[in-house]
Design a protein around this ligand. Sequence first.
Ligand code: ADP
Length: 715
Amino acid sequence: MSRELAACTQLSDVFRCLGQWAMPALGDWCDLDVLRDGVLQRAAAFRAPHGAIHGPSGGPPSRLAQRVALMGRAELLRGPDEQVAVALSSEAGDLSRLQGIGLLDCLAVPLLLGGQLVGVLSFATREPALRQDEDTLSLAEDLSGCVAFALETDRLRQALERSHHAELRAETLERELQCQAADFKTLLDVIPVGIAITHDRDCRHIRQNPWFARMHEVPLDANISLSVPEGERQPIRYLDTHGHALRPEELPMQRAATTGEAVLDVELDLEAQGQRRGTIVVSAVPLLDEGHHSRGCIATILDVTARKRAMEAQRFLAESSAVLSSSLDPEQTSRTMARLCVPALASLAVFYGRRSDGTLGVLSVAHEDDSLQPIAVEVSRHFPIPEGHPLREAMMTGRPRLIPVLADEPSWFKSRDEGLHRLRQRLAVRSVMLIPLTTAHGVVGVLALGTHARTYSEDDFTFAKEYAAHATYAMENARLYREAREAVALRDEFLGIAGHELRTPLTALQLGLQRLARQSATAGDAAELSKWVATCQRQGSRLSRLVGDLLDVGRITSGRLPMVVEEMDLSVLVEEVAARMGPELEKAGCALVLKLESPLTGSWDRSRLDQVLTNLVSNAMKYGQGRPIEVSTEATAEGVRVRVRDEGIGISSGDLSRIFERFERAVPERHYGGLGLGLWISKQIVTWLGGHIRVESEQGRGSCFTVELPRRVEG
Ligand code: ADP
């Protein structure tokens, strides 16, 4: 049995061995109690004929076992008597049951290992044949050493198993921790938030995640602490909302780490490598030790540049719209538009567009640096710009352009003028945006924005386009307002002239009629009478021409000028007009010379062509200073040509294009009457007939009006 016990490695083996070998010899009851954590506990029990019960369900240790464990000495109780039942009972109150069983003897031996108690082995008997005595006890004592040893083996095995489990668990834990650390690192690597951590209260060494390093434009392993001596510092500055650079001790991380209190949502401007990187919002929370003292801090940094810029852009657009709309003068608005762009959008803003005389050129220039403004003006004086130049392209196509790096755009620098080149270099424009201002009438100008400080981005481009849209709206408003004002002024002027014009023949008519009345009352001289009748007729037809012109304006603008086309001879018409106007021409002292090619037929509206000829001849007469007038007709390759030439006052070159416009006149009203409608109406009629009218003239040297017509009206 000793041999077998020595080979046991588990408690169940020990007990199986006891049940098999010791039972018949030492008793028919057996309890094995083991000391665990200083408490004696039932490990197994054997009850013949029932067999073995393992574990605590075998019942609590008996009083005898407790006593033996306490005294460290073996005990034998021989019965049968009350003592044996009491000894085998436990505190749990199972005495009465034991009393009924009829137990004879019992014994218990301490299980000692190296003098230390490891358990108690107890035996009892009910079989008279198995009665116990001193020999049985000493046998049990002999056995106890082996059992103690087997128990110890089992304990060691269990401890070994436990430590093995602990090792496995530790390994699993380590693996889990490694995974978590890797996940955490990935998170820090990809999160679009700057994270920095320091483990010292002075923030002398700060570690950061990639986003943080990128925002600061430093390598990932750089120490961005501002607490280190000046020479070792990264070229980084944090500016408050007033633009003041923060001292190291004013920084949120420093404050959180030294005070032990969180510093939240501090808005700062970040400057790295001498350049503004944008706006950040910093929050720093302290790291506390067990005693709640600060041992460093952790900070998050959010890049709010885009959000801030969007807000500023909105504010800028709202404010600039208000400023732009405050003036209703287009020139003033164009100047304001360029001025508002600096410095928010550009260091140099040039507005290139159509001047009031229709030519292209620079309308306004603004530079952020007052001292460079004269140079900017000088450079822009060298516009207009050659063909193929991006600015001209933008004007022609209406397409906005972003030129991030101006040096990459060779067509910009076409001019070979050295002086101009030097001036340009002083402005040092690095990046350019060209934004055409487009209205319903087409492109009215191009806003050229340049900066020396940075490279324009797509965001800047979008913003500039939005600004230009606002500016266009304001400019268009100003232009329409001016046009409306001019139209009203023109109308008032016209009403004055028309009143005056109508009154002159009316007065003459009235005067003629009075004379007529007087003559007829006195039945005077017939020749005198017919002279006054002729005057009245002349003034009457002048009145009817004026009223006719006025009615034609309305008809032409509403497209209701009736035209009746018929086959006719132009030279014959000229002769008719000449004959009709003979008396007037004679009165004006103008000799009329006709050089007519005949016949000169075509399909035209006779009465409208009559109107054109009458108008040209009466102008030649009115402005002809009593000199001869020549009217010629001839056939041309395309159709026919009529010329009306006079030697009168002539027209200055500046007025030549204007006189064909409605109500436009190039003579002082006091000297020459007229509504300024004749040429306009003539041009409308000639255009309608598919031809054109032009004038060659020189002031003081007469004028020549030429009308060219196709033989018939197309379509
Ligand atoms: P009106 O003669 O009634 O003013 P028109 O439309 O016929 O209007 O002419 C417009 C202007 O053109 C005139 O006011 C005048 O200044 C100029 N003009 C027209 N014809 C002549 C001419 N033959 N010689 C000089 N100026 C002329």
